[in-house]
Design a protein around this ligand. Structure first.
Ligand SMILES: Cc1ncc(C[n+]2csc(CCOP(=O)(O)OP(=O)(O)O)c2C)c(N)n1
Ligand code: SF4
Ligand SMILES: [Mg+2]
Length: 286
């Protein structure tokens, strides 16, 4: 197999993203991670919901599934259950992942499928031309909130820690080497890995810019213990500075392990289904 470089994971489709959109850098880091791991495009599936960020799978040459709004994760979980050898990655925006799709994030964390979830957070619904999202700052006035924002913002990393997501990291799209490394580690992690990426929208969110993010962020200390969930929560709760790096990781049985175990128990209890007659099956319901 000839070695592939990042460019060889791109499709011929030209992105429709605006010129300075942060999502370009996320695409670059993701394809750099694929190249570093020398993954085969035909062994990979990317799923996405709807939004600017969710367009990313069009721009790679892996298999892709553009689902409906908020449903990137359940599609990815189904694909992984049916194709355990495939590398499955879900991508999307803060609106897709934390509004309409928020429920799936909770349950993916509980199931712990061996997939990766990358959220490109621009703190706004960009594709629909700039409405507040669950991560929007309380002072972001938009057409739908012209006077004040009456809802509190969520904290995705803290949320993931509370759900016991088994790998949790936060990166900044401009720090591409760090982000590439995080994505590599997330893909290599056995279980549900979540990478929260700060990725500015230069078109609709003038409060969250490359400069404003740069001023806010700080790296987690080198000595941070990624098995210590309580300390990770303390770092996640801090907004000024906003910590970047791998917050938490834990290896525990995946959805696949649990399904295999369950299958074993069922086979032990009822024998090999391939030897069953219809009569035997019906007997179970008597
Ligand atoms: C069921 C449904 N509701 C609403 C929409 C409209 N819609 C499309 S994308 C989107 C928000 C996208 O925001 P985000 O996920 O943050 O992505 P971004 O465009 O910011 O990258 C909304 C509300 C839709 N497509 N489907
Ligand atoms: S509208 Fe915003 S998020 Fe969408 S492509 Fe343009 S810069 Fe990126
Ligand atoms: Mg968004």
């Amino acid at each position: 197999m000839a070695l592939k470089n990042a460019e060889q994971y791109r499709s011929s489709t030209k992105p429709t993203w605006c010129k300075d959109c942060g999502d370009y850098k996320v695409l670059e880091s993701l394809t750099a991670a694929m190249a570093e791991l020398q993954l085969e495009p035909h062994d990979m599936v990317l799923t996405a919901g709807v939004g600017c960020a969710s367009r990313l799978p069009f721009y790679t040459n892996t298999y892709g599934f553009h689902t409906v709004h908020g449903r990137a994760l359940p599609a990815a979980i189904g694909i992984k259950v049916a194709n355990k050898e495939r590398t499955v990655i879900s991508v999307g925006g803060d609106g897709d992942g934390f509004s309409i799709g928020g429920n799936h994030f909770i349950h993916a964390s509980r199931k712990n499928p061996n997939i990766t979830y990358i959220i490109m957070d621009n703190e706004i619904y960009a594709l629909t031309k700039g409405q507040n999202s669950p991560t929007s700052h309380e002072d972001l006035l938009t057409k739908i909130n012209p006077y004040e924002v009456i809802e509190e913002r969520i904290n995705p990393v803290l949320m993931a820690l509370s759900f016991n997501t088994s790998f949790i990291a936060r990166g900044y799209c401009e720090d591409q080497d760090q982000l590439t490394d995080m994505i590599i580690q997330a893909i290599k992690h056995t279980g549900f890995s979540f990478v929260h990426v700060l990725s500015p929208c230069t078109q609709y969110n003038f409060k969250v810019t490359y400069e404003s993010i740069r001023k806010r962020i700080r790296q987690l200390p080198d000595k941070h213990d990624t098995s210590d969930r309580i300390t990770s929560m303390k770092y996640a709760m801090t907004q000024e500075p906003l910590y970047m790096g791998i917050f938490y990781k834990e290896t525990r049985p995946t959805l696949h392990d649990k399904l295999e175990h369950l299958r074993g128990m069922a086979l032990g209890a009822v024998g090999n289904p391939s030897e069953y007659t219809i009569k035997d099956v019906m007997k179970q319901f008597e």
